[in-house]
Every structure is written in C-alpha cells, then in structure tokens.
Design a protein. Sequence first.
Length: 78
Amino acid sequence: MDEVFDALIRRVHQCAEDGAVVTVKIDGERMLAGVPAVYTVVISGGRLSRDDFYRRDGRDIAELVQGALDYYQSARSR
C-alpha cells in the first residue's frame, strides 16, 4: 500500500482509540450523477466536545481525511 495512505489509516485508528467515530463515505449515486464531490468524511466524539464534529465533502479522499485529522488534533488546543 501507499505510505501516505498507511500513515493516514494509523492516525484514524489513533482517533478511534480516543473514542472518536470516523466515517468515510464513497457515494456511488453522486458518482453516477456526475457530481465530482463523491467522498464524505465525518469525525465526532473522542476529544471533540459533544456538539462538535467535522464533516466535509470533496473529490480528494486523502485531503478530506487529512483535514479531519488536523481538525481533531486541534481540539487539544481549543
């Protein structure tokens, strides 16, 4: 596998060990409709407050996962 992908998965797993829920969705309906933003990434729980979460749609799954991880990591400093 790709080293960047492996590193992202390890970081996602660390979030889960904190109690976070990380969801990555690939929307085939959007894909068939020609919508370029077929990926959705959501992270909630863990060190995020009860009402805090991160959700983004886009066309670059690695960029979306990285954004979610950065958001989650920044929760420590908020």
